[in-house]
Write a protein that binds this ligand. Structure first.
Ligand code: SF4
Length: 415
């Protein structure tokens, strides 16, 4: 029987037109499936009994089977899902805000960012040396609805009667985040000093949040504020499904997450970056860069041999010019490989003129990986050297590393 959730709105319109139903019925059904997240035809109460009966005869409503959740003390939760064909994927929920130290629980309703990281493929064929997914090879692409259903399933889980994740009272930093950015720059037309004074804002374990951070009301209906396509797989090697999923996650009658809160991260597929630039939506782009010269990058990311830096950065510059948006560059720091002084200079030169933020991520360990993260002082030294040379630098100590839910640690393991 056909899975009704595998149908886009346009497909529903066509299929329902063949039944002689008006167009708005497709919108009603789509809203029930994605915005309201119902799994039962009987719950679609604005459809007539006859329509519900006919739908139940012809379709089923598919959902991901949640087979495991693991929760880290920092509030991160990893979800392992079984697909209809038995394949397994993982998604991660990453809350980010100060914990309420008066209580032993972390309340997701008051966190500032509540991000879901989704997978786009079962495994990955790109084999990056910094990533557990890559070590396990590729099985298949996900369909668009299998991608957006991850957000729906996490939302349903968090919306359950007790959505709080326990954290210890020990004061474990919820977010070990070090952000370096410049103070607001005066307009060139405004009176004042010709060279703005730059300042460090260090968010380590103080839990102090930038004043400008979006702070959703505790009554915000969805427990999810952001979605990142940074889980298993290369999104731009499954482009159509990725974009259809992003549209559904964004749609008002879908999951209703703002386009600017949806980020798609690529390892650097130039034709994908260019196609992404042509989309009307304001989705955000991140590039997993990890090195600033071809030799080092090819060592960490074999895809660089196919699409060397010159080609990738040309596409990024075209994207930046076309969209006028800031690009996030992810840079996983690996001891002795890409954290040398010359890497700082090379990186700054590579990014020159691009409105951007660099996310430095000390390598997360995973089984079989022989690379190492630099020591903390070296990470901070790298950030401080880089920061004056690029618009913004963030050091992100991946959350969920203890449950293999950090950046580069997903593998769809069930044990
Ligand atoms: S980092 Fe991304 S592109 Fe590279 S192997 Fe892992 S999932 Fe694939």
């Amino acid at each position: 029987m056909t899975d009704l959730r595998s149908r886009t709105l346009v497909e529903l319109q066509a299929e329902f037109a063949a039944l002689g139903w008006p167009r708005y019925t497709a919108a009603q059904v789509f809203t029930w499936l994605w915005q309201k997240g119902v799994d039962d035809f009987a719950a679609m109460t604005n459809l007539s009994k006859e329509k519900r009966a006919l739908l139940a005869e012809r379709y089923r409503i598919g959902r991901l089977e949640l087979i495991r959740t693991r929760k880290d003390a920092d509030g991160t939760a990893k979800f392992t899902f079984k697909l209809a064909d038995g394949n397994v994927i993982e998604s991660v929920f990453i809350p980010d805000s100060p914990p309420d130290t008066r209580h032993s629980t972390f309340d997701i309703r008051t966190s500032v960012r509540r991000t879901v990281c989704v997978s786009t493929q079962v495994g990955c064929r790109l084999g990056c040396a910094i990533c557990f997914t890559g070590a396990l090879g590729f099985t298949r692409d996900l369909a668009w609805h299998e991608i957006s259903a991850q957000v729906l399933a996490v939302r349903q889980y968090l919306g359950s009667p007790n959505p709080q994740f326990p954290i210890p009272n020990s004061g474990t930093p919820l977010s070990s985040l070090l952000t370096l950015h410049s103070s607001p720059r005066p307009s060139p037309l405004a009176p004042g000093p010709s060279s703005p004074v730059r300042s460090f804002v260090i968010l380590a374990s103080s839990f102090e949040l930038p004043a400008s951070a979006p702070r959703p009301s505790p009554l915000t209906p969805s427990p999810i504020s952001n979605v990142v396509f940074m889980g298993m797989g290369e999104p731009f090697l499954n482009f159509d499904a990725t974009i259809e999923a992003a549209r559904t996650i964004n749609a008002e009658n879908g999951l209703g997450i703002g386009a600017r809160r949806i980020t798609i991260s690529t390892s650097g597929i130039p034709e994908g970056i260019r196609a992404f630039a042509r989309l009307p939506q304001q989705f955000r782009l991140a590039l997993s860069l990890n090195a600033s010269d071809d030799e080092t990058r090819s060592r960490l990311m074999p895809v660089n041999k196919l699409h060397p830096l010159k080609e990738v950065m040309a596409a990024i510059r075209e994207y930046s010019a076309a969209k006028g948006k800031r690009v996030t560059f992810e840079y996983v720091l690996v001891e002795g490989i890409n954290n040398r002084d010359r890497d700082v200079k090379q990186l700054a030169a590579l990014l020159k003129g691009i409105p951007c933020k660099v996310n430095l991520i000390p390598l997360n360990p995973f089984p079989g990986c022989h690379l190492k993260a630099p020591p903390e002082h070296s990470v901070e030294a790298f950030a401080k050297k880089l920061w004056p040379l690029v618009p913004a630098v963030t050091v992100r100590r991946s959350k969920g590393a203890r449950i293999l839910a950090g950046c580069g640690q997903l593998a769809g393991l069930t044990e």
